[in-house]
Design a protein around this ligand. Structure first.
Ligand SMILES: [Zn+2]
Ligand SMILES: [Zn+2]
Length: 92
């Protein structure tokens, strides 16, 4: 049952990343979908930009590729980058 194994691995990975975020804090690398902002590492929703409940001047949005994100990315530490996707990699 390879499917089941893959699923349990994904669950394990998610739990591991959650624990990492609990210990070190959520990453400043974030992904946003429909205004909702979630941690680029564990996927936990951290707020939404439309309602103004998410304000982070250090945030780097995955796929944004804007000057602010690029400048912010340079200031990130290993705690932000570890286990996170490369925010500029998947830009079309
Ligand atoms: Zn997180
Ligand atoms: Zn940006």
């Amino acid at each position: 049952m390879p499917k089941l194994k893959f699923k349990s691995f994904q669950t394990f990975k998610k739990k591991f990343l959650l624990i990492f975020c609990v210990l070190f804090g959520h990453s400043n690398i974030v992904s946003s979908c429909m205004g909702y902002v979630s941690c680029g590492r564990c996927g936990t929703q951290m707020g939404d930009t439309l309602a103004g409940s998410y304000r982070n001047s250090k945030a780097v949005f995955v796929g944004h590729n804007c000057d602010i994100c690029k400048a912010n990315y340079k200031k990130l530490t290993w705690k932000d980058k570890l286990f996170c996707p490369d925010p500029f990699k998947e830009v079309l």
